[in-house]
Design a protein around this ligand. Structure first.
Ligand code: MN
Length: 498
């Protein structure tokens, strides 16, 4: 799957020439040391690059424009070691258009009580200089992430790491291209939207193709390629025949292998990173793409069912943001299917007709072949598994007619109480925060879809920051949500985002 660039983040320290050369020498040494600590921490997913101290308008403007033009630079981290008069920053900030972080830190962790004098105070005054700088960024209405704390503190580093991933989401959004195999499911509202506005806001290219154009790629796959992939499936997954004839089962698996290879060739050749299908428009496809789509999602492609291009793009985006997370637990397309309403055990069973990404699987993965009433094709094969436990985030991007809104729900994933031997699809099970009762009410009030882009490896904060950076509304449903406040948030947002 397409790799992202070798992104780096620039560390830009602000000062001025009022303090003399010795002070500026110390400022540079300190900021170099901070960069060294960051890069040696093992906490940050991307390299931090030290830049010479910025002390006047010309150097600030030049550096910010170099950052704009450097393809590998995914953002700037700014820090005012001393006082840096903020009018000097206006032009540079005005011309800069990549993600911005304001690291409000200080070189010394503790006040050096025994030795502190006025020279020390004047050299180490981030508390002072960062407020002057923050003022101008706020006055100019520029979106930035503020991170407060000592740079060597693990929590500060983790927050910076999280922001870096958000910045990748911002940078990569405009490289996402979604292919729509047929249109949205007829009459469905929430999966629709303004594709022109999506391109303006997110940079997404969203194109439709007649299904039979991609079918040609599937039909052109050689038997030997299909056989080799089927062998891979059989070595990797359990086969649950459930009374079916072995040879017939294998033929059904082979159909999905052909779809996986054919679809991937189409996507690669035409440079798409996300795909939607529609069970009502399958053309010459012998089965609804199931196992094939699951495997493509595992490789990093975005997917949305029934023509849901917004969710497909979000799945791709969230896969990019969480790429190479140590001990990653997975990111997938998901759908709210059915409830458990037993008091104390409330939760939502998550699944789809077929298409849940195996990256979220916990334990063995098996292939099943079962009839599917939707789609009017032969019984499709699919990967079946249950998903991991723990905190995760479910998002839904909706089009309200005059704007986009991202609904972000913190959810707690659990194991289902009992196995579901007759259910032929992969599942997850979660309780939305703060509870099913409040979480589902808030979700419905906000207009959230039944489809979500879901990840164990991203946080509410990262998705909120991403939405803010893209200039769209977001609403959060988590343990601090109450319906009264949530209704007010929606009310105020309808004015703020008009
Ligand atoms: Mn669906």
């Amino acid at each position: 799957m397409q790799e992202t660039k070798n992104y780096k983040f620039w560390f830009c320290t602000g000062s001025q020439d009022l303090y003399g050369d010795e002070c500026l020498k110390n400022v540079a040494e300190h900021s170099k040391k901070i960069v060294e600590v960051f890069n040696a921490s093992g906490k940050l997913p991307f390299e931090v690059v030290w830049k010479p101290t910025l002390i006047d308008q010309a150097s600030i403007r030049k550096t910010f424009n170099e950052a704009n033009n450097d393809e590998e630079c995914a953002g700037i981290i700014t820090w005012m070691h001393t006082f840096s008069p903020a009018k000097m920053w206006i032009i540079g900030l005005q011309e800069y258009h990549k993600p911005l972080c304001h690291l409000h830190t200080q070189f010394n962790e503790e006040i050096p009580y025994d030795t502190i004098d006025m020279d020390f105070m004047n050299e180490n005054q981030s508390a002072h200089g960062d407020r002057e700088y923050g003022h101008i960024v706020s006055r100019m209405g520029i979106e930035r992430k503020i991170i407060v704390g000592h740079f060597a503190n693990e929590k500060v580093q983790e927050k910076l790491a999280g922001w870096m991933r958000t910045a990748i989401g911002v940078m990569e959004s405009s490289h996402i291209r979604v292919v729509r195999i047929a249109d949205n499911m007829r009459n469905v509202a929430v999966t629709e939207g303004d594709k022109v506005e999506a391109q303006i806001k997110f940079g997404w290219e969203i194109d439709a193709y007649p299904v039979n154009e991609i079918v040609e790629y599937v039909n052109a796959v050689s038997k030997s390629d299909i056989d080799a992939l089927v062998e891979e499936y059989y070595s990797k997954y359990e086969i649950l025949l459930e009374g079916r004839d072995e040879a017939e089962f294998r033929e059904h698996v082979a159909v999905q292998a052909g779809i996986e290879i054919g679809f991937e060739k189409f996507l690669t050749e035409k440079n798409y990173q996300a795909i939607v299908t529609h069970f009502g428009d399958l053309g010459g496809l012998k089965q609804l793409p199931g196992l094939a789509i699951q495997r493509l999602m595992e490789k990093g492609y975005g997917f949305g069912g029934e023509g849901d291009w917004k969710t497909a793009a979000m799945v791709r985006l969230m896969k990019l943001m969480s790429a190479n997370t140590p001990n990653a637990k997975g990111t997938s397309f998901m759908e709210d299917y059915t409830y458990n309403l037993v008091p104390g055990k409330e939760g939502i069973l998550q699944a789809h007709m077929l298409e849940v990404c195996p990256t979220v699987a916990d334990g063995p993965i098996a292939i099943k072949c079962q009839p599917l009433s939707m789609g009017d094709r032969e019984d499709p094969t699919r990967l079946v598994f249950t998903s991991k436990t723990g905190p995760a985030v479910a998002t839904s991007l909706i089009d309200l007619g005059n704007r986009f809104r991202l609904i972000i729900n913190a959810v707690d994933c659990k194991k289902c109480e009992k196995p579901m031997p007759k259910l032929p699809v992969a599942t997850a099970f979660w309780t939305p925060q703060p509870s099913l009762e409040v979480g589902a009410e808030a979700w419905i009030l906000a207009g959230g879809a039944h489809h979500t882009a879901f990840s164990y490896d991203l946080t509410v904060e990262q998705m909120e920051d991403w939405a803010a950076a893209m200039g769209i509304e977001s609403v959060v449903i988590d343990n601090s949500t109450t319906i009264r406040d949530f209704k007010n948030t929606l009310r105020w947002n309808s004015i703020a985002f008009k």
